[in-house]
Design a protein around this ligand. Sequence first.
Ligand code: CDT
Length: 301
Amino acid sequence: MREIVIGAAQMGAIQRDEPRAQVVDRMLALLEDAAGQGATLVVFPELSLTTFFPRWWMEDQAEVDSWFEREVPGEATRPLFDRARALHVAISFGYAELTPEGRHFNTQILTDREANVVGKYRKVHLPGHDEYDQERAFQHLEKRYFEPGDLGFPVWRSQGAIMGMCICNDRRWPEVYRVMGLQGVELVMLGYNTPSVNSQMKAEDETKRLYHSELVMTAGAYQNATWVVGVAKGGIEDGHPLMAGTIIVDPNGFVVARARTDGDEMVVHACDMDACDFGKKTIFDFARHRRVEHYKRITEQ
Ligand code: CDT
């Protein structure tokens, strides 16, 4: 048995004027809760330090940049790293990354239990649009504020397991899980900010959107015999509802733990990485069963 007790740290809404320090205090409370329940890894949502700012149209680059972190750990996030190190708990969280070269990414990092950053992922599938869209009920400007990630979908060995990350919209793409699956991934960590309503289709309600979110994560888990931890930022943020639906999915595709609220809530489960072995050695033994000669279209434009 290779058990990792994992905390999925769902966060409630973060309002536009909520200072980073206050958000980090909320994250610290979640971290304490998880550590108290024996967790050695805590996963926070996409853009966990701020409101989901891509809903706002901004033309002033200085204003845009104010939502980004120039270094992590930095002034705002250092207390999180310090406490995680003291508790001996690894963390993974999303933030807007501004590199020294001036590049902008939607990023998630993973630390080891000593709070060293051991993995970094930059979101590849950026949804939405890059210009103001008057047809939409609200904006989703990720294509304006971020460039697509340039790191691919690597995996890392940590705590005796093979771990990978993706972010929000990435979870809807089977290729994401498969590229990590081909590297033997046993745990996929992801965070999301998903509006409860579709900005382009009034009839789509939250029930359908929660279903689609769960559908893609459970399918990704089963088809790659991996754990998936999907962590939401939920609640009414800047007047806009975000769906919750944080789940932990086992390698058979079953949801083994889920959030009950749309606020700050810790969901903990003891995940046995050995549970991935059966699927990886049988029906999803990729080396034996895949027929790559028929898959070329997947990587063509
Ligand atoms: N943050 C993010 O990627 N959200 C998207 C919403 C897409 S609507 C333009 C998601 O796939 O959940």
